[in-house]
Design a protein. Structure first.
Length: 148
């Protein structure tokens, strides 16, 4: 399954976040800007992390924030935020995080396949460092292989 489109409006480079919650809100705002989610979706992503712990930190330096499909999801979408200063999510091995992905999936049947596609992309650990170092939207889109 291909990744959802990644429009320029869903990419934030060199963001400043003082904690993981702020970082998740940033990708939530990017999902809203891209038309994939309503503003309340960021709260759902935060609630999932508060409820289940830092399971979203899927690799060293990388978090994949997401929540279940629901009324706050308008369309499948992905967002990327790179952080000027990494933040801790509380993961014992993969903190601190410098790249936060936000994922909104409208249909539950596509959720696992999309997460698997993202995981496959990051089988190459260099992809995280390339995203962290990216200085343009086009560069991020190329790395993610998901331009709008």
């Amino acid at each position: 399954m291909p990744l959802p489109p990644l429009p320029a409006t869903a990419i934030i480079l060199g963001a400043h976040a003082h904690d993981w919650c702020t970082a998740v809100r940033l990708v939530g705002m990017a999902l809203v800007a891209s038309g994939a989610a309503k503003p309340g979706y960021a709260d759902e992503m935060i609630r999932m992390i508060e409820e289940h712990g830092p399971y979203v930190v899927i690799a060293p330096g990388l978090a994949l924030a997401h929540a279940r499909p629901g009324p706050d999801v308008l369309a499948d979408g992905i967002a990327v935020a790179t952080l000027a200063t990494p933040v801790a999510f509380g993961h014992p091995h993969n903190d601190p995080v410098s790249v936060v992905l936000g994922l909104a999936i409208a249909d539950a049947s596509n959720h696992l396949a999309t997460v698997a596609a993202i995981a496959n992309l990051f089988n190459d650990s260099r992809a995280i460092e390339e995203l962290r170092a990216a200085t343009s939207v086009a560069e991020v889109q190329k790395i993610m292989g998901a331009a709008a």
